[in-house]
Ligand binder design. Structure first.
Ligand code: C5P
Length: 409
């Protein structure tokens, strides 16, 4: 999905070793559909060349307020005005301690700070990705500046922790390009679910037979993880209860790993009291072996095969959907149905059986493990089709559909 399609970003670089990450960030913005205009301070030019940034952005880089070249198609010798007027956002990455101190005081003695001061406050948001040594980051002066910049309406992103170029270890690293792309895309995403706490279950369950064997299914967890990400981008706090999958946790999402259906039930019940929305995207095993053996079942050469007997797993969704909070409308429950045929009829019947206001149907063999899918949303009023698209896109659409159906607070 082109998360930044149609966006024009002014990418500002101030001086710091993290300038090397700005090259990757520029590419990431462009790959996500944005156009990028790079503006660099003199200090930034000590760390990375304008040649590199021009090659990556496909546009001449501006470094001086006295640069008389045409900027944004205008010949008035005012790049600080022209470049800022056409931006959907100014993203400063890296934002050094010194540059933030400068912004805080409204100083404007170079093109980048001049442009930040001259930008129309309501129309052009300013997003900073700080990068500095841990002592500089922790210093009361920097923390005071960050607090004041935020109070002035600037978005100051988090810093990363870990090894620093100076050899020290701690907070202050600039976030990686993929994390910054995520945060900037999230900044632009409509906040349909602001104030909501969304609980999502995802992936398969694994029902142990003995210490080395078990039963599972082909669910990849991709749809549920995409929903968790989309809900977080839409402004919600998100808790993701995940069966055994190798997917990385979407940024900003709290993840609880589980294995069996019973573990998944425990984790969901523990979290659902705080949640306002529950999306049950997990492919929970219907049955589990009646006994889990302590030792591996051995093949003894006799040709005899073990006999397994099963017990039914609890229906987690149906249990939560009939809880007093869900019945009172404080927890909006969304179920999934993976069917092989007659999707509409099965989805309608399942919605009633599970007692959920919204049920999302999909064709199991067409979705398991795939990066795209097609969804059929069934609620009390009828059915809505979300045509085949990437799971990421469908997740964003589903989140908007859920938000539309939430009871007004
Ligand atoms: O009955 P079926 O497995 O088709 O229902 C699918 C829906 O019910 C999904 O939302 C799934 O997460 C949920 N489910 C559950 N507990 C089970 C089985 C399914 O919560 N034991």
């Amino acid at each position: 999905m082109n998360d930044l399609a149609g966006k024009h970003i002014v990418l500002g670089l101030s001086g710091g070793i993290a300038c090397y990450k700005a090259a990757e960030l520029c590419r990431a913005f462009i790959k996500a559909g944005a156009t990028v205009q790079v503006v660099m301070t003199e200090a930034a030019e000590q760390f990375i060349t304008a040649v590199t940034m021009q090659a990556l952005s496909g546009r001449p880089v501006f470094t001086s307020q006295w640069d008389a070249r045409t900027s944004a198609g205008v010949d008035n010798n005012m790049p600080h005005i022209n470049l800022s007027r056409e931006a959907d956002a100014i993203v400063i990455a890296p934002a050094s301690a010194d540059f933030m101190a400068k912004l805080l005081h409204g100083r404007a003695d170079d093109l980048l700070s001049l442009m930040c001061l001259a930008r129309p406050l309501d129309a052009v948001p300013l997003i900073l990705a700080p990068a500095m040594n841990r002592e500089m980051w922790a210093h009361p002066a920097t923390q005071r500046n960050v607090a004041q910049l935020r109070a002035d309406g600037t978005t100051v992103l988090d810093v990363g922790a870990g090894d620093q170029a100076c050899g020290e270890t701690g907070d202050g690293r600039m976030l990686e390009a993929d994390e910054l792309l995520y945060d900037v895309a999230r900044f632009f995403a409509p906040k349909h679910l602001a104030g909501q706490h969304v609980l999502v279950s995802a992936g398969p369950t694994f029902e142990a037979i003995d210490p080395v064997r078990g039963l599972t299914n082909l669910s990849s967890g991709k749809m549920g993880f995409a929903i968790a990400r989309a809900a977080h981008e839409a402004g919600a706090r998100v808790t993701l209860v995940a069966g055994p999958v190798g997917l990385s946790t979407p940024r900003g999402v709290e993840r609880v790993n589980v294995r069996s259906a019973l573990e998944m039930q425990r984790a969901l019940l523990a979290a659902c009291d705080q949640a306002s929305v529950f999306v049950s995207a997990a492919a929970v095993a219907d049955w589990r072996p009646a006994q889990v053996l302590d030792q591996k079942i051995k093949k003894d050469g006799s040709g005899e095969v073990p006999t397994l007997s099963f017990v039914e797993n609890p229906d987690i969704l149906a249990g939560i959907a009939t809880s007093p909070r869900a019945q009172a409308g404080a927890l909006y429950c969304v179920g999934f149905a993976a069917e092989s045929h007659d999707l509409l009829a099965h989805a309608q019947a399942k919605r009633v059986r599970k007692g959920v206001p919204l049920l999302v149907g999909n064709i199991g063999p067409d979705t398991f493990g795939q990066d795209d899918n097609a969804l059929l949303l069934v609620d009390g009023h009828g059915a809505t089709e979300l045509p085949r698209a990437s799971k990421r896109e469908l997740a964003c659409q589903l989140v908007a559909e859920i938000a539309r159906r939430l009871p007004a607070c």
